[in-house]
Write a protein that binds this ligand. Structure first.
Ligand code: 4NP
Length: 146
């Protein structure tokens, strides 16, 4: 691995909706910019309910529609992640609270709210899992891609 490689980890509650899309889009973006070899990118969950599962079909469908390749499965964040990654992005305030609680003292990763990097959008990328209206889920997914 080249020395100057930067490492980013995207986090959400289940690692089957928001963070896999963020991971896939970020990977595609750096690949398209010719910087794929400069970034190590992954995503993970706060909770362990979906470990080993592929993303929710709606997330996969959205990525497919936007030509975002994705072939990863859910995993849960570990304490090693906080020293391996340079940046760990949470999707909402609950993620940020959990990340701060779990970060070992003095660990290297910067804990950042992903929405802070989108000045035109909502800062909070809400949990889509229990949304009743599917259109809301779709909009939520598409928000990452525009
Ligand atoms: P995600 O959505 O955090 O965007 O992957 C969720 C998926 C599953 C659950 C919660 C949120 N769950 O409670 O199982």
């Amino acid at each position: 691995m080249p020395k100057e490689m930067k490492k980013a980890l995207f986090i959400c509650l289940g690692n089957i909706c928001r963070s896999p899309i963020a991971e896939g889009v970020f990977q595609k973006t750096v690949n398209d910019m010719g910087m794929g070899d400069k970034w190590e990118i992954d995503s993970a969950a706060i909770g362990g309910w979906h470990v080993g599962n592929p993303p929710d079909w709606r997330a996969l469908d959205t990525m497919k529609k936007h030509n975002v390749p994705y072939n990863n499965c859910a995993r849960q964040i570990t304490s090693e992640d906080f020293n391996h990654y340079d940046y760990i992005f949470g999707m909402d305030e609950s993620n940020m609270r959990d990340l701060k609680k779990r970060a070992p003292q003095g660990s290297k990763a910067k804990l950042l709210l992903f929405g802070d990097f989108d000045p035109q959008g909502d800062r909070i990328i809400r949990d889509p899992y229990y949304m009743i209206v599917p259109l809301g889920t779709l909009k939520q997914g598409l928000r990452y891609l525009v």
